[in-house]
Structures are given as C-alpha cells and as structure tokens.
Design a protein around this ligand. Structure first.
Ligand SMILES: [Fe+2]
Ligand SMILES: [Fe+2]
Length: 169
C-alpha cells in the first residue's frame, strides 16, 4: 500500500490521469524538437549562396539548442514515469520545412523556421496552461524552453523583415 502522505502532487496515485496527460503533451513536444533538429540540420547544410551564410550559421547553432530541448523533454517524461518513445513512433509534420526546389531559396527556409517555432510556441503555451497548479516543475521547465523558442522566432522574423524590405520576400 502506498503511504497516505498528504501531498505528492503530480506523483500521487490520485494524479495518474493528469500525469498521463502531461506525458502525452511532453511526448508530442519531444517529437517536435526531434523533427526540428532534422529540419534545421538539413537546411544548415543545404542552403547555397552568399545571403544564406547568416541563416546557415544561425540554424547550425539552433540544432544544439533544439536537441537540448528534446533531452529536457525526454528527462521529464521519464521522471513522470513515462517512456521516451523509439524512432518507430515518429511521424513527420513539418511538410513546410522540406528542402526547397532551389537551395538558394533562403526565404522558404526562413518562413519554414518561423512556422516551426510558432508551432512549438503554441504547443508549449498549451503545456504551460495545462500544468498550471498541477505540475509546477514541468510548467517551469516548459516556460524556459518557450522563452528560447520566442527568441528563435523573433530572430527569424527579423531576417524575414530584411528580405521583405529588399523586395525579396
Ligand atoms: Fe526547441
Ligand atoms: Fe526553436
């Protein structure tokens, strides 16, 4: 029998349902990060041209950061008694971040990154809401990651703005 301590929070037996729900949300977040790693890695190598260099370097840095996010989501899944899925559970969703027809098409990649970051921001905002008063540790972690994604999106919005001002987007 489980000792009847008053407040085990999200780890309590009465919180199994809430915990499962959070693990599900974290698993989706984990996959989003893993797919982002794949997409950013490909784009950071594929892009061609003088104008692409800045974008490539920025994406190259982001790869490690997004991988770090995936690791944090994985660790939290484990802490909440979940199991981090194997690659068999993966299905891609970033149709908008597939390599463009022309590898000089920087704008395609910039828009794709903004869309990926926006998707992450929406999902993580939902996790922050759903963990409110329920699992403050997950909430705290996700707020931190959400902050990173907001920074990424802001950076790429700036890149897009520059292309728009020059009539290239
Ligand atoms: Fe991320
Ligand atoms: Fe990001």
């Amino acid at each position: 029998m489980e000792a009847n301590t008053h407040n085990k929070g999200i780890f309590g037996s009465e919180s199994i349902e809430a915990r499962d729900q959070i693990v599900e949300l974290l698993t989706k977040a984990y996959w989003m990060e893993m797919e982002t790693v794949m997409s950013y890695l490909a784009a950071s190598v594929n892009l061609d041209g003088v104008r692409a260099q800045e974008i490539k370097e920025s994406l190259d840095e982001d790869i490690q950061e997004e991988l770090g996010h995936a690791q944090r989501f994985a660790a939290r899944i484990k802490e909440l008694y979940g199991v981090v899925p194997g690659s068999g559970g993966f299905s891609s969703e970033q149709s908008f971040l597939q390599p463009p027809d022309e590898q000089t098409d920087v704008v395609h990649v910039i828009r794709g990154v903004i869309k990926a970051e926006t998707g992450a921001i929406e999902h993580y905002t939902r996790i922050v809401e759903e963990t409110d008063q329920v699992d403050p540790v997950t909430q705290d972690m996700v707020i931190d990651i959400l902050h990173d994604e907001q920074g990424h999106r802001r950076l790429f919005e700036g890149f897009l703005r520059e292309y728009e001002l020059e009539g290239l987007a």
